[in-house]
Write a protein that binds this ligand. Sequence first.
Ligand SMILES: [Zn+2]
Length: 93
Amino acid sequence: MKRARQFLRRIGRPLLWEQLLYRRPMAVAEIRSFSRCHGAPAYPVCPRCEKTMEREYIAFCSRCGQKLDWENFQEARIVYVEPRVLEDPVTVR
Ligand SMILES: [Zn+2]
């Protein structure tokens, strides 16, 4: 992220910068496993918006449009999600 900010400062055109980054594939490196849920589903996580994606090996994230690189997906980190993590921390008092 630090490198990206330096790059942004150099070219000074945020819009172009954003477009270039979205088109450049980002590696999918995380899988969220909902092991406590029925059927223990696991979903790949978008490296940009960090939301889970419904399917694997899609070319672009359906939420933010980031181009995705699945080359090292077999070595992706598996994060086990506990049910309480799913609750919105803002609404929990
Ligand atoms: Zn995304």
